[in-house]
Design a protein around this ligand. Structure first.
Ligand code: C2E
Ligand code: CA
Ligand code: CA
Length: 667
């Protein structure tokens, strides 16, 4: 069974909204009214006909009694005189009676129009009804209804009425058959007419308000549909929203099927914030729409696609295996890399995707958690990639959370240490500056590398505060150094998000009375991928105050000449991977370093080579015109109090440093 999300929107509720339902309801109601009205009418007809028959039989009898003379002789000898025959025939004609029987006082037949009995026979059978009528003086009526040969309703009255003398004495009884069919059909046609008219009138009376009601309901349902759509779908992209995805996945996973597996993809738009900042929200929205569209186009039609956060999507696939899930994720990634164009601006975006094939008994929350971890892994391993979940990620997350908690505590309680690594002049090996490097121990006093905790601080949104705190503390230390010694501080791209980092740093400098010319700020190329205008203006602001800006880790990122031209860096710091390369690939790497040094010099930049660890490397570098060296050979990062020794003794002797021992121990 495949759970279809879109399909679940139809059902009885939707049917009930359709006019056809209301019309059917009206028809059924009308039919019920007609049936019940007609059963009432049938009763009314039979009662009415009976009543009418009774009264006409009684009036017939009274007229008969009044006009008939010498009733005693008739009853006694059963012979009609001419006068009596005339009266009888006229009465029969008048009363629609077509036969009659005369009974004597004992209830025996005295005369019958059918058989022409002329004489009462003592041995004739007693008619009990006639006898009853004679004894009580009360008439007895039975209405007989039957359907005639041509389908018409025939109604007869079998009436027994007493025969009385003018003084009221009962002499006998007369039984008549009176045909009331014409009255019945009159009644019926009249009442039938009412029977149809009544529901018609009712229908009109309630159809008008009903129609108004239906219209109003339809409008209300349409609004409800809108609201339902709003509450089910993400208004921007038309994908399912987080709530719907959660609710539906709860149901899907609760089914705990063993016949097929469910795959979950967590998808995050790479650098969406930068895209938004750089090209504006309208562009950002259009881009998100296109991401959703590409997702839908890349997955199977039964897969669910939801936007669960600003730039985060989830895809849930049913009936899938690990291989197909991985292929689907790759298809999505491939689609996301295609150029996106909007109003003349085009970008080439990418996605980070975490995948997880849920265990058969897993809950939705467990599956989502795993896919989220896989996504985190993809993001922290360079983005623009697909990473599957593996159990060790749980331990990694636990460590990350522990580090984040540690960061928060350290920020509040001055728990960070700052170490300082010397930058030396190649000519005389004198120390001309220090780079401030953050240090943090975990709860077991084991050092956590800044390479690990800085990105966590960025994610946790505390890097800005941490950066300014580091700057203040480092300046306080730098003020104890000779004036020719500069301080270099690393800036994270996230610190530029405030938009006025230049102003904030200016305030710190003036507050601590530290000259801008002694401060160097190290940024990485990743900074330059952000909102160009804002970053450029902050960099210009910093330079105008006299600070120098160094491009850190040059050669590991985009190494774009364009950036170097555009931002007028004061310094290039060649990443230590190049010196490591010299160790195993010799000339090729030293040539690259030489090229970068020449390039930097030609562009008016100073060049620092990082990671100088031994004399061999230094000898190679000495043949190039580098401006500064930095590396364990000249000094490991060290606590503030150790820095002072370097001014008296030159590089090389520290009492406490990052290393297992001082530089002298490392050789
Ligand atoms: P980075 O700015 O490239 O800093 C230089 C790193 O290289 C330091 O690692 C330093 O200890 C190491 N290093 C220096 N000389 C040598 C050498 O000869 N050989 C080897 N193998 N390594 C050497 P650390 O202190 O672990 O810092 C790592 C990164 O953390 C830094 O790289 C920087 O990107 C970041 N970081 C450190 N402190 C801060 C800070 O206060 N703010 C920001 N935003 N980032 C920081
Ligand atoms: Ca640095
Ligand atoms: Ca560096």
């Amino acid at each position: 069974m495949e759970v279809g999300l879109q399909q679940s929107r139809t059902g009885f509720g939707a049917f009930a909204r359709k006019p056809v339902f209301v019309v059917s309801l009206l028809v059924v109601l009308s039919a019920a009214i007609i049936v019940s009205v007609h059963s009432v009418i049938d009763k009314a007809i039979s009662n009415g006909v009976k009543g009418h028959a009774e009264s006409s039989a009684l009036s017939w009898a009274s007229r008969f009694n009044a006009t008939l003379t010498d009733q005693s002789s008739l009853v006694v000898n059963g012979e009609l005189t001419d006068a009596q025959r005339q009266v009888t025939e006229a009465s029969m004609l008048f009363g629609n009676a077509y036969s009659f029987t005369l009974y004597d006082m004992t209830g025996r037949t005295a005369y019958s129009s059918d058989y022409g009995v002329t004489e009462a026979k003592p041995d004739a059978p007693v008619d009990q009804v006639a006898l009853q009528v004679v004894l009580t003086g009360q008439p007895d009526m039975t209405v007989i209804q039957r359907i005639g040969n041509s389908g018409e309703t025939q109604v007869y009255v079998d009436a027994f009425v007493p025969v009385t003398r003018p003084d009221g004495a009962v002499l006998g009884a007369i039984r008549l058959y009176i045909d009331r069919s014409h009255i019945s059909s009159l009644y019926r046609s009249f009442l039938d007419w009412i029977g149809y008219l009544l529901p018609a009138i009712c229908a009109i009376i309630y159809a008008i308000p009903a129609a108004a009601f239906v219209l109003m309901r339809q409008k209300a349902y349409a609004r409800q549909d809108d609201i339902r759509n709003l509450s089910m779908y993400d208004t921007l992209t038309g994908a399912l929203n987080r709530h719907t995805m959660n609710v539906e996945c709860e149901k899907l996973f609760a089914a705990k099927r063993t016949d097929s597996r469910i795959g979950v993809l967590f998808v995050d738009v790479d650098k969406f914030k930068n895209i938004n900042d750089q090209y504006g929200h309208e562009f950002g929205d259009a881009y998100l729409k296109s991401v959703a569209l590409r997702l839908k186009e890349s997955v199977h039609e039964s897969d669910w696609v939801a936007r669960i956060g600003g730039d985060e999507f989830v895809v849930v696939c049913q009936h899938i295996n690990a291989k197909i899930l991985a292929a689907r994720a790759e298809d999505i990634l491939e689609a996301s890399r295609k150029t996106f164009e909007y109003k003349g601006t085009s970008i080439q975006g990418s996605l980070s995707i975490g995948t997880h094939l849920a265990e058969p008994k897993a809950t939705a929350a467990e599956a989502f958690h795993a896919a989220d971890l896989a996504l985190y892994h993809a993001k922290s391993h360079g983005r623009n990639r697909v990473e599957p979940y593996f159990p060790e990620l749980d331990a990694a997350l636990a460590r990350r959370n522990a580090i984040e908690a540690r960061l928060h505590r350290a920020l509040e309680n001055d728990g960070f240490e700052i170490y300082y690594q010397p930058l030396t002049n190649p000519a005389d090996r004198s120390v001309i500056g220090f780079e401030a490097l953050l240090r943090l121990d975990d709860d077991d006093e084991k050092p956590i590398s800044p390479v690990e905790f800085i990105p966590i601080a960025e994610d946790a949104g505390i890097i800005h505060k941490l950066g300014l705190q580091t700057l203040r503390r480092a300046i306080a230390v730098a003020k104890t150094w000779p004036e020719y010694v500069f301080l270099s501080v690393n800036l994270s791209p996230a610190q530029f998000q405030c938009g006025d980092l230049d102003v904030q740093i200016e305030e710190v400098l003036s507050e601590l009375d530290f000259p801008a010319s002694r401060l160097e700020l190290e940024v990485t190329e990743s900074l330059l991928l952000g909102n160009e205008e804002s970053i450029q203006s902050q960099l210009v602001g910093l330079k105008q105050q006299g600070m120098s800006i160094a491009m850190d880790d040059f050669g590991t990122g985009y190494s774009s000449l364009g950036y170097l031209w555009k931002y007028h860096f004061d310094k290039l710091k060649i990443d230590r991977v190049f010196l490591e390369g010299v160790e195993f690939a010799g000339d090729r790497y030293s040539e690259i370093i030489e090229t970068i040094v020449t390039l930097g010099n030609k562009m008016g930049m100073q060049v620092t080579v990082e990671g100088v660890e031994n004399e061999n490397q230094r000898a190679i570098l000495d043949q190039l015109s580098c401006d500064q060296y930095q590396g364990f050979l000249f000094g490991r990062p060290m606590p503030a109090e150790d820095t002072h020794q370097l001014f008296s003794t030159g590089f090389g002797s520290t009492s406490k440093s990052d290393s297992p021992g001082s530089l002298s121990k490392e050789g």
